[in-house]
Design a protein around this ligand. Sequence first.
Ligand SMILES: Cc1ncc(COP(=O)(O)O)c(C=O)c1O
Length: 384
Amino acid sequence: MRNSSRSAVDPFIVMDVMEAARKAEEAGRRIIHMEVGQPGTGAPKGAMEALEKSLKADALGYTVSLGIPALRRRIAQLYGDWYGVDLNPERVVVTPGSSGGFLLAFTALFDSGDRVGIGAPGYPSYRQILRALGLVPVDLPTALENRLQPVPADFAGMDLAGLLVASPANPSGTMLDRAAMGALIDAAQAQGASFISDEIYHGLEYEAKAVTALELTDECYVINSFSKYFSMTGWRVGWMVVPEDQVRVVERIAQNMFICAPHASQVAALAALECEPELQANLEVYKTNRKLMLEGLPKAGFTRIAPPDGAFYVYADVSDLTDDSRDFAAEILDKAGVAVTPGLDFDPVRGGGTLRFSYARATADIEEGLARLAQFMAARAPAD
Ligand SMILES: Cc1ncc(COP(=O)(O)O)c(C=O)c1O
């Protein structure tokens, strides 16, 4: 059968790494997972208990498309608790993960052929989802001195229909402070570009609190998820906050594309919002892991790294070691039994010289992974 040209998107390379790691495990090897962008922990206990009760009492059929009203209200309350923003719950749309949010946002905001700016390096699926919808992703190569985040000069005069930013970002973990976020919003709006803020890593911050775009403007789409801080990747539940006059537009698309986010996951998500102590305990593990990584990676020979502000990744410049990060990642998996993500996933141009290390797993795994990486690098070093 004939395929659409829109369907010719690139694979998510990290998924291929995960598959190679799975095969190695099937063959009996113990692999340390520094490739996956997901917590090693499951959903918080309170979420499981709430779901258990609900399974006995409820048929868990469709919910209304915008999401269970109590969940929308509770998410709105989070904006008060976390940022001091008074948010109308009517503006909250519950989505099938933030991935579902991107589909809704891009469909609601853009026409075929519209150009949407995304920072490079950045989360790979932005580019592929845009392409699959007949939109044109415009990579904005970011600079080290801007901590790998876009700045207004990067898209001046580009006539973009949209600008999508992430803070904390994947893979760099860097954040936009209030001034940097504000400058991007102003520059995007001056160009007539819709501003979309991916805030999926909020709650996972190490130095300063992340800024939500909603502190600065109501004229934006904010996308978030229960996948990361709330440790619920497989539950496929997230949310968007959209301007009041966009709610009905998004609702109509959601009704037709998804009907609703999974009902069971919405029940669990509502309870997860009350599980602060457990989620903060997870954060403490990431803090410990981050410290270990920042000490251990340079010792192992991965010296070109910057401390991440948030999320659970370290993005390393390995261009002194390789120009083929895919090949290098395969070598690390084969020889050290450590799965890492090639930078090509995040930056098709410069990513041949970068790797992303995730520290989302248990501390014992991070220790073991770092020891293996050190051994691998010592054996690799050319003898003089
Ligand atoms: C920056 C960023 N946005 C969005 C997603 C998608 O997350 P989900 O669909 O699980 O909410 C990810 C997943 O790793 C991510 O790193």
